[in-house]
Design a protein around this ligand. Structure first.
Ligand SMILES: NC(=O)c1ccc[n+]([C@@H]2O[C@H](COP(=O)([O-])OP(=O)(O)OC[C@H]3O[C@@H](n4cnc5c(N)ncnc54)[C@H](O)[C@@H]3O)[C@@H](O)[C@H]2O)c1
Length: 256
């Protein structure tokens, strides 16, 4: 019960990693505000107890400001944020990328994260405590796990984690990130569907050192660790939660 009496906001809580994270926070005693653009998804994610849902597009700063105000109006504080909402993009070569795709993906994945840090951060600095955990990706560390805009947005989230940690550290507010590897969620459903159709499910994640893909609950566990007092001396860090994927050069033919 690491979050007994605490208030958490989870963005992208209508599906996948965000849903698992909201449930984990709730199971450890937090009152949780579940946030998403997908209202039906939020209804499915909502745990039993004293929790709330908010429909909010994190790329729109006015909506984020209203979200944080609503949480403070209801519960008076914000102790933890899982800044997790995100979208992917197709993997066409850089020569084919459009300005629209760059703006859309950076708008949600990077500026959306900055919007939430800004407004939750104002509350946390006023309290003199708080922890923010951003969901980046292995795609922000190496190429090959997402399209150009997606990967750049996640590299941006890793750096924003460092700069925000520096801005907020003097107020006892910590900012960290997780970098998930391949996890089965709404975002990756097409990849899993295609592999299953071709009878190649066992290939998914097989290049990780743990030789498997991950579950949303395994990312939720890492997010809640970083948001908890167990991580009280950790800030500005981006933790790969990827079955060892980024630990290896993964040269073809080298796995035994
Ligand atoms: N699934 C993976 O393999 C994987 C790997 C690395 C990182 N991630 C990251 O994990 C995070 C969660 O993704 P997921 O895999 O659970 O996917 P998902 O699609 O299941 O969940 C993402 C959620 O974010 C919501 N969302 C999208 N745009 C939004 C916006 N503008 N405002 C508010 N909510 C919005 C979606 O409606 C959805 O419910 C994302 O940031 C994603 O980039 C996922």
């Amino acid at each position: 019960m690491r979050f007994e009496g605490k208030v958490a906001i989870v963005t992208g809580a209508g599906s996948g990693i965000g849903r698992a994270t909201a449930r984990r926070f709730a199971s450890e005693g937090a009152r949780v505000c579940l946030v998403d653009v997908n209202e039906a998804g939020l209804a499915e994610s909502l745990p039993e107890g004293d929790h709330m849902t908010m429909t909010c597009d994190v790329s729109d700063e006015a909506q984020v400001e209203a979200l944080v105000s609503a949480v403070v109006a209801k519960w008076g504080r914000v102790d933890a944020v899982a800044n997790n909402a995100g979208i992917s993009c197709t993997k066409e070569p850089i020569t084919e990328n459009t300005p629209e795709i760059w703006q859309k993906v950076l708008g949600v994945n990077l500026i959306g994260v900055a919007n939430v840090i800004k407004h939750a951060g104002r509350v946390m600095t006023g309290q003199g405590s708080g922890a923010i955990v951003n969901t980046a990706s292995v795609a922000g560390i190496r190429s090959g796990a997402g399209g150009n805009a997606y990967s750049a947005s996640k590299a941006g989230v890793i750096n924003l984690t460092q700069t925000a940690a520096c801005d907020l550290g003097g107020f006892n507010v910590r900012v960290n990130a997780v970098c998930p590897g391949l996890i089965e969620t709404g975002m990756t459903k097409p990849i899993f569907d295609m592999a299953r159709d071709k009878g190649k499910e066992e290939k998914l994640g097989s290049r990780c050192e743990l030789r498997r893909y991950g579950r949303p609950e395994e990312i939720a566990a890492a997010i809640c660790f970083l948001a908890s007092d167990d991580a009280s001396y950790i800030t500005g860090q981006a933790l790969p939660v990827d079955g060892g994927n980024t630990a290896s050069l993964n040269l073809p033919g080298m796995k035994v």
